[in-house]
Design a binder for this molecule. Structure first.
Ligand code: TRP
Length: 337
């Protein structure tokens, strides 16, 4: 098995939503079909331990997210599609990297800093209240995910860029201290559609609970679109597309020409009700067939399990010998060879 040209993961702590689709699933599906690219896509279930301690939710989320990727057309025969926890080499590499990663580097991680800042803001006397070592050192686990397959490119949302910088720093440290083994991975951010706005206009995220599920009944999907917050401008009043959530969602799906046309209609003052209905119809058409595939898949978890098990076998064709090489490099090896 070859190392990864492209690699990305999705944390299994919620229901797949539109933001996940445009940010991670869609680009992955496209690349998964390319015969000239070796791509690795995985369900980051160890990452989900950081924020969520509900076993049922984790299992359900793993099922839903796997089904979503497959329903959307991921070519799991051509790429390597697996579950993080099926690759025991990843946690082993995590420890090796933990012993190289500077604590000062982790102190600067946004994810950890945001929680600490919130503690200070809310008047807690301990800024580290509720912060686990899992949250604190999460960028190291992510570095291990990436470096385990010596990935060249990592497509992620903007919020993950810092983690990629940290991965590069840690890989560079390993290469310097021991031997040049790791490729320094590059981050790939799709400027157009990587971060989608949610119902309230903030980034669509399970943490804000402002997301639109990717696979819902048609009726609930329409309801969600209708719930998106707009301003109080009336029909025929010109509207600003740049600050509009409806527009940003449309743009994430449409071609450049379609987006330009809609921009014009905003200037002409399209009514919010009409815009919402059109947005619903437009995206619903795209989701119709995948929705059908998804509901079939969800009913057959054994089939998904088989796909993931096959993926783990492929992934380990790379990770087992590569970890062996890493172990030798650091002097953790048989005494008789
Ligand atoms: N931390 C990423 C997120 O929350 C998910 C993730 C885990 C990931 N490991 C990764 C992404 C490795 C890219 C590469 O979105």
């Amino acid at each position: 098995m070859k190392n990864a040209d492209f690699l990305t993961g999705i944390t299994t702590s919620g229901t797949p939503h539109l933001g996940n689709y445009v940010g991670a699933i869609r680009p992955a599906v496209k690349t998964s079909k390319d015969r000239d690219i070796m791509s690795y896509y995985f369900l980051a279930d160890y990452h989900s331990l950081i924020k969520n301690s509900d076993p049922k939710l984790r299992k359900q989320s793993t099922l839903e997210i796997a089904a979503a990727w497959i329903a959307m057309g991921l070519d799991h025969e051509n790429c390597v599609f697996y579950r993080q926890s099926d690759i025991p080499e990843i946690p082993e590499l995590t420890w090796i990297l933990t012993c190289l990663a500077a604590k000062g580097l982790m102190n600067r991680a946004h994810a950890y800093k945001a929680v600490a800042a919130q503690n200070v803001e809310t008047g807690q006397n301990d800024p580290d209240k509720g912060i686990t070592m899992g949250l604190f050192s999460y960028p190291i686990l992510m570095a291990a995910d990436i470096l385990m397959f010596n990935a060249r490119k990592v497509p992620v949302g903007k919020d993950q860029v810092q983690h990629l910088e940290m991965t590069r720093a840690i890989a560079g440290r390993f290469n310097h201290v021991y031997k040049k083994i790791f490729i320094l991975p590059q981050v790939v951010v799709d400027e157009n559609s990587a971060v989608l706005s949610g119902l309230d206009g903030r980034k669509m995220s399970k943490s804000y609970n402002n997301f639109i599920p990717l696979f819902d009944t048609q009726k609930s999907f329409r309801k969600q679109i209708m719930k998106i917050k707009t301003n109080s401008l009336g029909p025929e009043e010109p509207k600003d597309p740049e600050t509009c959530t409806l527009f940003s969602i449309y743009k994430a799906f449409a071609t450049n020409v379609q987006t330009k046309e809609l921009e014009k209609r905003y200037q002409e003052g399209i009514a919010w009700g009409k815009m919402k209905q059109e947005l619903f119809e437009y995206i619903n058409e795209i989701l119709k067939d995948p929705r059908q595939n998804y509901s079939e898949l969800i009913k057959n978890p054994g089939d998904i399990e088989q796909i993931l098990e096959k993926g783990a076998i492929k992934a380990r064709e790379f990770s087992v010998p590569f970890l062996e090489k890493i172990r030798k490099t650091i002097g953790i090896q048989s005494l008789s060879t």
